[in-house]
Design a protein around this ligand. Structure first.
Ligand code: SAM
Length: 257
C-alpha cells in the first residue's frame, strides 16, 4: 500500500501520489523555496481496493518505477536495458489511467517494450492486474510525472510510438497552461520520437481537440492532424464516459519528420 503521510495541515492523509512528489529533485527558487511547477495532473484519491493492493504487493516491485528509481539520474537512461532487461522498440503511453491500452497493446505485441506513465497509483495497480490477466510481461509503469521524465530520462530518438489518450482537459482558461499538450513539452516529446515515429492522441472535448490541432501545428518536426480511430485503441474509461455524455471523439496522429 502507498505510505501514509501528513498533509500541510498536519492531518494524516494517504500518500499524495498526484502531487509535486511525483517529480524527483523538486526545483528551488533563488531564495530556496520549492518552485511551484505547472503540473498536468490533479490530486485524486489514492486509496487502494483489496484487489489493487494485492496486485501492487505482488507485481509493483518488478514492474513499477517511482521517483526513487530516478532520483539520482543525471542524463538519459538506456530504458530498454535498465527497466525491461532487453532492447526492443519502445512504445510509451502518457496518462495510462487504469491501463486498458497499455495492457492490450503489450499483450498483442510481445516483441515491443511498452512503458506507461501514470501518477495515480490506484490506476497503476489496476494496470498491473490487467497486464497479469493478459499474460503480458513486456510492460513497465512509471509513476513519475511524464513531462519531467521525457525531458530528463529519454534520449533523443528513443521512442517508436507515443500515446496521449484522453488527457485531462483543464477547461478553465486560467488552467489551459496545465494541458499536457503545450509547448515546450510538445517540442521535447517530438524530439524523443524516432524519425518516422508516431504520436497518437485522442480527446472527447471539442475545445481540447482545437487546442491540440493548434499547438501541434506549431511544432515543425511533426506532420499530421486528425485521423481515423486507431484500430488498436480499446475503449477506455474516459472515452466511455465521454460517449455516455454525448461527446464526439477526435483522434489525431502525427509523424516525426
Ligand atoms: C483523463 S485521464 C485518462 C486516462 C486514460 N488514458 C483513459 O483514457 O481512460 C488522464 C490521466 O493522465 C494522468 N496524467 C496527467 N498528467 C500526467 C503526467 N504528467 N504524468 C503522468 N500521468 C499523468 C492522470 O493522472 C490521469 O489518470
Amino acid at each position: 500500500m502507498p505510505p501514509e503521510t501528513h498533509d500541510k495541515h498536519g492531518k494524516l492523509a494517504r500518500s499524495r501520489n498526484a502531487s509535486p512528489e511525483s517529480r524527483p529533485n523538486v526545483r528551488l527558487t533563488e531564495d530556496g523555496r520549492p518552485l511551484r511547477e505547472v503540473l498536468s495532473y490533479a490530486r485524486r484519491g489514492s486509496r487502494f481496493t483489496a484487489r489493487q493492493a494485492d496486485a501492487w504487493d505482488r507485481l509493483a516491485g518488478e514492474w513499477v518505477f517511482g521517483p526513487e528509481a530516478v532520483a539520482d539520474v543525471t542524463g538519459p537512461l538506456d530504458l530498454g536495458a535498465a527497466w525491461f532487461g532487453r532492447d526492443a522498440p519502445l512504445y510509451v503511453e502518457i496518462g495510462s489511467g487504469v491501463g486498458e491500452t497499455t495492457a492490450s497493446y503489450a499483450a498483442a505485441h510481445p516483441d515491443v517494450n511498452v512503458l506507461a506513465f501514470e501518477v495515480w497509483l490506484p490506476g497503476v495497480a489496476d494496470t498491473l492486474g490487467r497486464l497479469e490477466a493478459a499474460g503480458a510481461t513486456n510492460a513497465r509503469l512509471c509513476t513519475v510525472d511524464a513531462a519531467w521524465s521525457l525531458t530528463e530520462l529519454f534520449a533523443a530518438g528513443s521512442i517508436t510510438e507515443l500515446w496521449t489518450l484522453f488527457p485531462d482537459p483543464w477547461h478553465k482558461k486560467r488552467h489551459h497552461k496545465r494541458r499536457l499538450v503545450n509547448q515546450p513539452f510538445v517540442g521535447v516529446a517530438a524530439s524523443r520520437l524516432v524519425a518516422g515515429g508516431t504520436w497518437r492522441l485522442a480527446t472527447d472535448w471539442a475545445d481540447y481537440a482545437e487546442h491540440i490541432a493548434e499547438v501541434m501545428a506549431t511544432e515543425p518536426t511533426l506532420a499530421g492532424g486528425t485521423a481515423e480511430r486507431w484500430d488498436e485503441r480499446p475503449l477506455t474509461k474516459f472515452e466511455r464516459r465521454g460517449l455516455a455524455e454525448g461527446r464526439e471523439i477526435a483522434d489525431f496522429a502525427y509523424r516525426r519528420v
